[in-house]
Design a protein around this ligand. Structure first.
Ligand code: C2E
Ligand code: MG
Ligand code: MG
Length: 535
């Protein structure tokens, strides 16, 4: 029982888990979904930022080659006019001019400063194809702004570094533009921490933080890249929608699994499932009720009857045998009764060859040769004769006459006498009965209990008895409770009886004692009988 309670508790726990699991999983998935959307959105922002960086760089290089194209001496009017056009035409170019010997020479913004000795420090970076790059270069005219200057062959252009990172973004996510060849910072959004952004760049954006996500993007044409940052839950506005979507899925899956688990638990708790469980654990017992010879009261055999006690309560076989029949459990039940009967009465049967046990079977056991084969195999080598194991079949089990007839014939051919149980309660007519070869007819208790009373059923009993005599089959009267009934039956030529007047159904030990007394009262050896006796 404890195992069963454990099983049911485990099922209930599993059911709860099956319900809660998907809901919790959906919360986790929703959280991951929001994170993925956050990251994806940030990657898109990084791509936009690198396009801007690319564009600004492109303008600087284009402006420089426009300036290179003007022939003539340095700081000529033509050159300065071209430079002025460039500053005007290229949106991001702040100034364009010439330099030489570590000094600014002239530009539209500075004018001709060849005599002023405005120093130009060595560049921060020289490319293989002759470009020089000054990062954070202050104009000789202003301390306020630091430009990025790109120069080649004595010409330069200056670009405001802020234009690399001043993308319009309502969320104001910081951007840092990086010169990828050296990993140096070219420009950064106001207020952002250069060390933090450079660190994120170095780790390709994979920096663990409770607060921020980072993403990087590279230009496909220039040695520039960007790193951007956004807070967790950036798309917080979407979070309730995402949560509701995933939670609905979680609740539906959870409810479905919960329902399945509920069905499983209720099935486990159902009566057929409990019976199945009891049969599988061999918790069904067998007791034996003596069948006696009416003339002298001597016991000639017993009927095996099942008993099931569940939670201290005895369940009627009338109830659970029917449940077993309706739930494909009757075959395992019949098998268990046979197995227990042979184990408990085997020695007694071997020592008393005239003694027998009758086993109740159901329609399913008579529909195929399965039970007969099992019975034969079980008796093999035991020393028990086939005639010592008899078959009791109710009229109900004869309903499917065609298949049953062959199986009953096979039981008889194998040496097992066949009894019709509860005769008179079913639908058998005399002519129907004639088509079956059977050995004994058991008159149902309901006819016996009204014997000698003035009721309709008491009128039926003499007819059944007369009919059995006609058919030349022996009779066992069931449910004999009084000496008067026994006398009446004996008088009518009924050979055998079974009932509380003689004995109730008993477990093996009690039966052995009872049989000893029964034998002794007939002046015979104590049970078992000696082996010379024959039927
Ligand atoms: P049944 O085969 O006709 O068995 C006789 C029933 O009458 C038994 O009831 C027995 O205890 C009861 N009985 C015997 N003498 C008296 C008496 O003098 N007075 C009264 N009032 N009752 C008496 P039980 O054991 O409750 O079994 C009921 C039925 O359950 C059986 O009727 C049989 O149809 C079925 N059954 C029992 N064991 C098995 C089994 O192993 N397999 C199958 N398929 N059915 C079984
Ligand atoms: Mg019976
Ligand atoms: Mg009966």
């Amino acid at each position: 029982m404890i195992k069963r309670i454990t099983l049911i508790s485990a099922s209930i726990a599993l059911g709860c888990l099956a319900t809660i699991g998907p809901v919790l999983t959906s919360l986790y998935v929703a959280d991951k979904d929001v994170e993925n959307r956050d990251r994806e959105e940030l990657r898109e922002f990084a791509n936009k930022a690198v396009m801007r960086t690319d564009f600004v760089t492109y303008q600087a290089f284009a402006a420089l080659s426009d300036l290179d194209r003007v022939p003539g001496p340095v700081c000529s009017t033509a050159k300065l006019e071209q430079a002025a056009r460039i500053v005007y035409n290229y949106r991001y170019v702040q100034d364009a001019g010439s330099y030489g010997d570590g000094h600014y020479l002239c530009s539209p913004l500075l004018g001709d400063v060849r005599t002023k000795n405005f120093a130009l420090p060595p560049p921060d970076f020289r490319s293989n194809d002759g470009y020089l790059v000054w990062l954070q270069q202050k104009s000789p005219l202003s301390d306020v702004r630091k430009d990025i200057q790109i120069g080649r062959s004595g010409n330069y252009v200056a670009v405001d570094s802020g234009s690399y990172v001043d993308l319009i973004d309502p969320a104001q996510r910081p951007i840092a533009a990086i010169l990828t060849t050296t990993g140096t910072l070219m420009a950064i959004s106001p207020g952002a921490d250069p060390d933090e952004m450079l660190n994120a760049w170095k780790h390709d954006g994979n920096v663990k933080s409770d607060q921020w996500y980072y993403a990087v993007a590279h230009s496909s044409t220039r040695p520039v890249g960007v790193v951007v940052r956004s807070p967790h839950g950036h798309i917080a506005g979407d979070w309730p929608k995402v949560l509701i979507a995933w939670l609905s899925i979680g609740v539906i899956v959870g409810a479905a699994l919960g329902w399945l688990a509920y069905r499983r638990v209720t099935r486990q708790l159902s009566f057929p499932a409990t019976l199945e469980w009891a049969i599988a654990r061999r918790m069904i017992d067998v007791v034996y009720q003596p069948i006696v010879n009416l003339t002298d009261g001597k016991c000639i055999g017993v009927e095996a009857l099942v008993r099931w006690t569940l939670n201290g309560r005895s369940i009627s076989p009338e109830v659970f045998v029917r449940v077993a029949e309706d739930n494909q459990l009757i075959q395992p039940l019949t098998d268990l009764v046979l197995e227990k009967t042979l184990a408990q009465l085997g020695a007694l049967l071997v020592a008393s060859p005239s003694f027998y046990v009758s086993i109740n079977v159901s329609g399913e056991d008579l529909a195929t040769f399965r039970f007969l084969n099992l019975l034969n195999a079980s008796l093999n080598g035991t020393g028990i004769a086939p005639k010592q194991i008899r078959i009791e079949a109710t009229e109900r089990s004869f309903m499917n006459a065609e298949t049953t007839r062959g199986v009953i014939a096979a039981f008889r051919a194998a040496g097992h006498p066949v009894y019709i149980d509860d005769f008179g309660t079913g639908y058998s007519s005399l002519s129907y009965l004639q088509t079956f070869e059977i050995d004994v007819l058991k008159i149902d208790r309901s006819f016996v209990e009204t014997i000698a009373q003035d009721t309709a059923s008491s009128v039926v009993a003499p007819h059944i008895i007369a009919m059995a005599h006609e058919l030349n089959v022996e009779i066992i009267a069931e449910g004999v409770e009084s000496a008067a009934q026994a006398a009446w039956l004996r008088d009518k030529g009924v050979q055998y009886a079974q009932g509380w007047h003689y004995a109730k159904a008993m477990a093996t030990n009690e039966l052995t004692r009872w049989l000893g007394q029964n034998r002794a009262s007939h002046g015979e050896n104590r049970f078992p009988e000696n082996s010379q006796e024959t039927t």
